[in-house]
Design a protein around this ligand. Structure first.
Ligand code: FAD
Length: 504
């Protein structure tokens, strides 16, 4: 167990409130939940508690009971039972989040949406589909294939992550450069609030009246309630798609090409960058013909009508040559395109060829600062004796430095966390922001004061309180401790503390 970093500095204080919650009688809670939604939907064995205590980050919490609702009424019953028995709750999609957002703290009840996986309605004429939150991202686009439509946000985890998780994290993906992140693709959300009431946020009209509460909910990371039905926007499949692989000897030429492509007036559907280490591990895995001696490669995807795409291919080619590209490969057919994307999409897993473990960071920097911050990332990783691998959404300036390590090495996690903190600060110093798409969750919660004043944070906490005055929905996430008037250091708005060992 390793305990460093800003969150862990708070660990030593155990609040009376947290102790009280842990003393509550879980067996009574289980009885009430079983009565409300049936025994088949309630799991309280140690294995279930253990499995659901983590997401894809390095954080681990403690859950009391895991619930598997099938419909909105089940979620309402769970939330009401939790509130009546003094338990908080955490919505969970597939647990692929990388910021600890779905990690349960203080024995929270897990509301796992895996069984709420129906595509309820597809309305092609009006351009929307109603889905339950547990539908997997890729399953939705597969279900839309016969209609010539897809769901545009495509996180690299799209085979596994849920639409509810995408909404809660306002997720992005390679194709969000031109199409926009999740918030641009959600029309309406049915939400079970912390008091058990169900509300509809947003609407199917082009311009719903009133405040944009739908926009507020998207990206709220489970802290404003549980999304139980979502109306998503359908995006027509483009008639022509071209995928290009640009190969550079010098990484800074690749980075300069990213800004120059956009400056030339082309906004590619996707514009991804991989550094030399990433290319090596990806090629060993995918055999896609990536040039393993390249300093960096860019994967550029252009889509639209045939003439426009052909013109854009030529513009990208011209810009790349002006920046000393070594070769430009245009995928000849869908099979070759799939192969190139297979490498990119599986890049994180391929890092296992270097080291058994990795910590994936997510920050954003201005596109023009990409190379400067990348160099800083390598310098930081070298200093902490870690291997840095970079695979990222370059068009958005969304960096994903991967720190590869072997967790069996004594003391290595302290170095990983210290290096990560320096990377976050270097990104902010370059004019960037804390997260491009993975969210704040628990991981970046205590970095929030680096970006926001205490007045900003207090206002954000007030917004949260309007939805959830008792902090029952995913407590201790996003907003740092001490943000609410009257709070004291080491505690969240609810008076809970971060439990010992949240970092592993
Ligand atoms: C290999 C890999 C690649 C990735 N690539 C990308 C990428 O390209 N782009 C990107 O944006 N992310 C990426 N991610 C991160 C992650 O997949 C996304 O954040 C995803 O949207 C999380 O979905 P999930 O269903 O797993 O959510 P979970 O991890 O289960 O939960 C995430 C958050 O959403 C909340 N939540 C879940 N369901 C609901 C609901 N119904 N109502 C309210 N709140 C809810 C949870 O409480 C939590 O705060 C990647 C992760 C991995 C492991």
């Amino acid at each position: 167990m390793h305990r460093t970093g800003p969150i862990v500095e708070l660990v030593s204080t155990i609040s009376d409130a947290a102790e009280t919650i842990q003393q509550l009688d879980t067996s009574q809670l289980v009885k009430h939940l079983v009565a409300a939604i049936g025994a088949d939907s309630v799991k309280s064995g140690r294995l279930d508690q253990h499995l659901y205590a983590k997401d894809a980050s390095v954080l681990r919490g403690t859950s009391s009971v895991v619930t598997l609702p099938r419909c909105t009424a089940d979620v309402q019953a769970i939330v009401r039972t939790c509130t009546a028995n003094g338990f908080s709750f955490v919505a969970r999609g597939s647990g692929t989040g990388l910021a600890g957002g779905a990690v349960p703290l203080d024995n929270a009840v897990i509301i796992a949406t895996a069984r709420m996986n129906a595509v309820e309605e597809v309305d092609v004429e009006n351009g929307f589909a109603w889905v339950q939150p547990g539908v997997l991202n890729l399953d939705l686009s597969r279900a839309l294939l016969p209609y010539g439509r897809h769901f545009a946000p495509d996180p690299s985890s799209q085979q596994a992550c849920s639409i509810g998780g995408n909404v809660a994290n306002n997720s992005g993906g390679p194709h969000c450069l031109a199409y926009g992140v999740t918030s641009a693709h959600v029309l309406a959300i049915e939400v079970v609030m912390a008091d058990g009431e169900t509300v509809m946020l947003g609407g199917l009209d082009a311009e719903p009246s009133g405040y944009d509460l739908r926009g507020l909910f998207v990206g709220s990371e489970g802290t404003l309630g549980v999304a139980t039905r979502i109306a998503v926007r359908l995006t027509p499949n483009p008639p022509i798609v071209k995928t290009l692989l640009l190969d550079f000897v010098q990484p800074n030429d690749g980075a300069a090409t990213v800004s120059s492509i956009i400056a030339a007036g082309v906004v590619p559907a996707a514009l991804e960058m991989m550094d030399q280490r990433a290319v090596e591990v990806v090629e060993a895995f995918a055999n896609a013909g990536y040039p393993t001696d390249a300093g960096a490669v860019l994967l550029v995807e252009l889509d639209g009508m045939a003439d426009g795409v052909a013109a854009d291919v030529e513009t990208v080619r011209r810009v790349a040559h002006a920046n000393s590209v070594r070769s430009v490969r245009v995928a000849a057919d869908d099979a070759e395109r799939d192969l190139l994307w297979k490498g990119r999409r599986n890049a994180f897993g391929a890092v296992a060829r270097l080291k058994p473990d990795y910590y994936l960071h997510d920050t954003v920097v201005p596109r023009t600062k990409l190379q400067e911050v990348l160099e800083k990332v390598y310098e930081i990783a070298d200093r902490y004796e870690l291997l840095a691998v970079n695979v990222f959404h370059a068009g958005d300036g969304n960096l994903h430095p991967i720190l590869a390590y072997d967790s069996r090495e004594p003391g290595v996690m302290d170095r990983v966390h210290a290096a990560g903190a320096e990377i976050v600060k270097a990104s902010l110093d370059a004019g960037g922001v804390l997260s491009g798409e993975h969210g704040i969750g628990l991981e970046k919660r205590d970095y929030m004061p680096l970006m926001f004043t205490s007045a900003d944070l207090a206002e954000q906490d007030r917004v949260r309180s309007v939805f959830d005055p008792a902090d029952s929905a995913n407590p201790m996430k996003v907003i740092p401790s001490g943000s609410r008037c009257g709070d004291f250091a080491g505690h969240t708005g609810s008076g809970h503390t971060i439990p010992e060992g949240a970092w592993v």
